[in-house]
Design a protein around this ligand. Structure first.
Ligand SMILES: Nc1ncnc2c1ncn2[C@@H]1O[C@H](COP(=O)(O)OP(=O)(O)OP(=O)(O)O)[C@@H](O)[C@H]1O
Length: 614
């Protein structure tokens, strides 16, 4: 059973609880790693804080007994009582200092542990593959893990420490209480047990509410995003989407609230009922002890001691139970965190050791042999039996209607996904036997949905080869190759101009200008294979022509794969592959395909007619 499915029976619930508390060792390991010294300090302070209440209660009893015995007894008795009061003051000062120390240590540890975990979460994100990001279940796991990483783990550890503290306090109390009244210890324990069960149950419900909601929470964040992001505002205003999106946002919000309200009310009702039970038990024992003191069977100091021990004991016991409930909640969180950190990765690890690596430089072939691919969890084939061989220096254009599988083919080439059937070879080596970093370092790509980094111009280009991000000469050259240099020279701080609207003084570029930077970024590396997935979509016809002429020259000996819907661009390729429903339907150069008079010729003529009528 997964930690997120509702337990149906008591047995399930216990099994679930057991598996959840198994998260403790892992959590403590992380805690220790984040700060061994802090952990030791916290342990020492906790133990000191644990033994202080019993000592203070004992001194309190001695004071009362001293006062009762010393009434009318002169200076000596008064002195002894004053000394005891001073002792109690001293103990109280120690107690206050220890509490402050605990709060400070907790605060410092919170930052350390929170950072460590956020780092682990992000490090894990780096090892995840594209398929993980495109899968909503994994995405939810990641969001769940990120949401409370800086608070939950520490509170789990703190609750565990608080249990230890209360247990130590309780055992010191128990030793004293048993001598006064053994059965009251039993009453104390029994009266608190129902509270624990209720607390654990509510904690579990609360967590499940949060987990179940992960997809809806994302929906809420998404609606918020639509209304607040700069690139949405035009459509939001034009289509008058504001009220509709806000309405959806609010109804989701109120749905959350009403669920939470129900839980809070139930929590309050149980707390009230069980609190009354505990109070009844306390006053029952109080009556018994007060009666015994009145009859002179115990001293007044004993009665005072008993009362403070009983009250303190009850608080400590309930503290333990509440901590167990909160720990349960924390452990549930940790189980999702560990589930996220344990997502199996490494599908990209080469099959052979050491990994194979084709000769560096130009001259390698790129070949797909009978490649078929289905997205995880999908029935339909995105690619079916694709075989293509690209010779060194060859320019291949991929065309096909929307959804034909063009971008999917690029994802497979870059090993973002594994073919479901068939194999891909680069330089004669099966890409499954290569290190993915080695394979990817040989590719330069401009994606359809390229990124607009909110960095400066030089960095936007330099990111194409991070090792050279400081190399202005190389960046300038890449900008020239990508056709971006002219645009950059017009900017206020040229290559140092901050871009985008997220940060102060960011300069916003046009879609085509951003795209030129993305092309320049691809030219930062000495790529052996260039992939251009609709690189010209927002570039005007003239700029497109210029770009492709440059490509012809620059990419002379490189394999180039161009995906485009513009046939004026496509016809410049050495060969054209027409994809249809995931299959290569036609393959050949422009004149061959025109002569074939098939799908390509039809699409070409359609577009040519469009241009003529314009
Ligand atoms: N992440 C994904 N998960 C599941 N199915 C997907 C995913 N991405 C694409 N598909 C499906 O795979 C098929 C091929 O999509 P692909 O993006 O490769 O098409 P394309 O030829 O690049 O289209 P376009 O010209 O619109 O960019 C489509 O049917 C699409 O619905």
């Amino acid at each position: 059973m997964s930690a997120l499915s509702p337990p149906s029976s008591l047995k399930d619930r216990l099994k679930n609880a057991g598996s959840l508390f198994r998260q403790l060792p892992g959590t403590f390991r992380l805690f220790w790693e984040s700060s061994p010294r802090g952990a030791v300090v916290l342990g020492l302070l906790t133990l000191t804080a644990a033994v202080l209440p019993a000592s203070i209660a004992w001194v309190g009893k001695l004071i009362v007994d001293g006062v009762v015995a010393g009434q009318g007894g002169g200076e000596a008795a008064r002195h002894r009582v004053l000394e005891l009061v001073a002792l109690e003051l001293g103990l109280m000062l120690v107690s206050v200092t220890v509490e402050r120390g605990l709060a400070l240590t907790r605060e410092l540890l919170r930052v350390g542990l929170g950072n460590l975990l956020n780092e682990r979460i992000l490090q894990k994100a780096l090892t995840l593959e594209l398929r993980h990001f495109e899968d909503s279940d994994t995405y939810d796991k990641m969001q769940n893990a990120r949401r409370e990483a800086s608070t939950r783990p520490l509170s789990l550890v703190m609750e565990a420490f608080s249990i230890i503290r209360n247990l130590v306090t309780l055992s010191t109390y128990a030793v004293m209480l048993v001598t006064l009244s053994p059965w009251s210890v039993a009453v104390l324990v029994l009266a608190s047990i129902p509270a624990f069960i209720a607390e654990a149950r509510m904690a579990e419900e609360g967590f499940r509410l949060h987990s179940w909601r992960a997809p809806e929470r994302r929906k809420l964040a998404y609606l918020e995003w639509i209304l607040t992001r700069d690139n949405h505002v035009k459509e939001v205003k034009l289509f008058g989407l504001g009220p509709m999106v806000l309405d959806r946002y609010q109804s989701l919000h109120w749905k959350f609230f009403s669920e939470e309200k129900g839980l809070s009310i139930r929590r309050m009702a149980w707390g009230l009922g069980l609190g009354a039970l505990a109070l009844g038990a306390f006053y029952g024992c109080y009556a018994f002890i007060a009666g015994r003191a009145t009859l002179g069977l115990i001293s007044v100091g004993d009665m005072v001691l008993y009362l403070s021990l009983f009250r303190g004991g009850q608080t400590a016991f309930q503290g333990i139970l509440t901590s167990l409930g909160s720990m349960y909640e924390g452990a549930l969180y940790m189980s999702t965190l560990f589930a996220y950190l344990d997502i199996p990765t490494g599908a990209e690890t080469p099959r052979v050791v050491p990994a194979l690596s084709p000769r560096k430089g130009l001259g390698n072939t790129l070949e797909l042999r009978n490649v078929s691919f289905r997205y995880p969890g999908k029935e339909a084939w995105a690619l079916r039996g694709v075989s293509l061989r690209l010779e060194p220096g060859e320019k291949l254009a991929l065309v096909g209607e929307n959804g034909a599988g063009k971008t999917t083919l690029v994802k497979l080439l870059l090993r973002m996904y594994e073919p479901t059937e068939g194999d891909i070879f680069y330089g004669g080596v099966n890409v499954k036997d290569m290190e993915p970093e080695d394979l990817r370092s040989r590719f330069g790509a401009v994606f359809q949905d390229f990124v607009r980094y909110q960095f400066n111009v030089a960095e936007n280009i330099g990111l194409g080869h991070v090792q050279s991000i400081e190399n202005r000469e190389r960046i300038r050259q890449a900008a020239e190759h990508g056709g971006a240099h002219g645009v950059i020279e017009e900017l206020p701080q040229k290559y140092d101009t901050m871009l985008g609207g997220w940060f102060d003084k960011g300069f916003e570029l046009s879609g085509g200008q951003w795209q030129k930077l993305a092309v320049a970024r691809a030219f930062m590396r000495e790529a052996e294979v260039l992939i251009l997935d609709e690189p010209t979509a927002s570039i005007d016809a003239e700029a497109e022509h210029a770009l492709f002429e440059r490509f012809q020259a620059l990419a002379a000996n490189r394999i180039t794969l161009v995906i485009s819907h513009r046939f004026s661009t496509v016809r410049m390729a050495d060969r054209i592959a027409v994809l249809h429903n995931g299959r290569v339907d036609e393959l050949g150069n422009h004149s061959e395909l025109m002569a074939l008079d098939g799908r390509y010729a039809h699409l070409f003529n359609l577009q040519a007619r469009g241009y003529q009528t314009n």
